[in-house]
Ligand binder design. Sequence first.
Ligand SMILES: [Zn+2]
Length: 292
Amino acid sequence: MDKLVIYLALVLIGLCFGSFAGAMVWRLRARQLVEDKAAGEPVNAKELARLEKLTKKDALHDHSQCLYCSYTLRWYDLIPLFSWLSLGGKCRNCRHKIGRMEPLIELGVAVFFVISYTFWPYGLTTTLEIARLMIWLAAGVSLAILFVYDLKWFLLPDRINFTLIGLGAVTSAIAVIEAKDHIATILSIVTAAIILSGLYFVLYVISKGRWIGFGDIKLGLGLALLLADWRLAFIALFAANLIGCLIVIPGMIRGNLKRDSHISFGPLLILGTVVAQFVGLYLIGTYFYGFF
Ligand SMILES: [Zn+2]
């Protein structure tokens, strides 16, 4: 019974945070378009006109509006997932399609919350251990925003990347405090940062920013600090590449993907990190136990 209450709470809180993440994606996009225009870069005028109103309000407290007809959403329009389902993915007022991103990001964060609690590989008894899970859940909301943003526009917004690095730094601090060997843990975290961030930095320097953006380097640092273990960072990188190959190779065979198609590294690294967090310690225990 207690477990059922916990899971129900995780799903509901996850849906709400997912809804927040979806709204943040549009606000960040709006702000970026305004900044790009101010910097004299080419901007899609239609998209800017549609999203500009989102930059004028406080991002955290306002009633959302329909992006097409400016209809102010009522409280029952803001219930995550269910309002989208009941309206068939259309605005109540103008019937314009809302898009699948909103319900998917809500569902995604809810699933992330449930998986995180179910497969949490660390203890959950001390205050610090519980804090670590809470920080991981908060990081998950940032990861959802970065995942969608990079997939849509091939960019990782700085504000969210820095939030992630901050959450990662606290996680790493907890890992060092909780560890028996503090120095070894610090070295492990530094190595994790080199694996997930340093390699991208080298690629960035070699290619002069053509292969990957600087955003990937910051994302890699945030993810490394969150994992706080070089072995998990290694598994994350491996899993990211494996998932990348599983997506890219069938696409190439079918001819949907050309050799010079742009592939976002961000979503792959994020998926790899989530995989590493939940199966990494088990893998290490099973396969590498003798080595480390
Ligand atoms: Zn509308």
